[in-house]
Design a protein around this ligand. Sequence first.
Ligand SMILES: [Zn+2]
Length: 385
Amino acid sequence: MPQYLVRKIKIGKTSQLDDLARAAGELYSRTLISFWRTVRKKNIWLSGYSMEKWHISSKLHAHTCDAITQSFYASLKSWRSRKKLDPNSKPPKRRRWFYKVIWKQSAIKLKDGKLRLSNGKGNQPLIVNWHWEKPKQIEMGWNKQSQCYELRACYRQKKVMPKETGNISGCDLGEIHPMAFSDGVDTDIFNGRLLRSKRQYQNKLKAKLSKLIDTKKRGSKRRKQLIKSKQKQLAKINNQIKDIEHKLTSKAVSMLQKRGIQTLVIGDVRNIRKNINYGKKANQKLHQWSAGSIRQKLEYKCAKVGIKTELINEAYTSQTCPACGERHKPKNREYKCKCGFRHHRDGVGCYNIRKKYLGFVPVVGLMASPVGVRFHPHLQCNPID
Ligand SMILES: [Zn+2]
């Protein structure tokens, strides 16, 4: 599967952008209405191809019109496959006042640092300052958090061949330490204090503002203002969290490269959150901890440099003693076993994840004491050193 990269750029809100989004919404709704009408009256499901021929907007590029019809058919298709699992799922029937505008390659031109997005003959093109390469496809959508339009530029990523040789590293995604790596001998533990404090603040802020909003009358002007302000404040801290996660994962991947890692084995924690009650306090901690978003970033950044990633079930990996194989729960941050083995708790997790993947039991040699990777985003502007 080809990998895609998306670059997002906010472009504000102008009457031209409004008109484009409205034209797209009008075309989408028109397609939708005529599709369901023929289903109702004639019991015929019209094909996407005939729809594309019928429904055109004079305000948009011909290929943009095709893309909008195609996106209606895409949601139709996804509903039909969803229906098999969930008979109650609803088909796409909602009309749209505004809809995303898609420019395909034929409508995109780049010249002198300006991107020219054609809207068909006789219409003003959309012109945007552009400091990057020409994208494969561009989509314009509404950014709810910032209350403005954004461009999502799609690039097809050049395929990087996976490395043929190299070491294997285990990775444990944790809540106190966002990432810990072990290549069998060396352990690197990333410090997550900053990330954690931001997440705690985010939760507090969310609760505080929701409480304040609840005291205001429904539909009142003050309430609306507060809701808007809440979204804005949360968006800001969300961006800060994303930024830290990006810097952390970039640093981790460049470290893995330096260590000559070929395969990264990630302990899968997805089954953790479902159905199990860990108690009120632990639940809150688990909720705050977004292992998924860090895992995702690690996966695609590894792929970019040719490091293969594998997911394995991490059950018991944090409890099993690497030296004697007995299981017991560590009480604090240090893992102590009756056999005399002692190590950092998160170091044990990633060591065992690697071992589980390899599937054999090597004699435990020397496990070097862990190296803590401290992270100070304010001291570094470039995450890859
Ligand atoms: Zn032991």
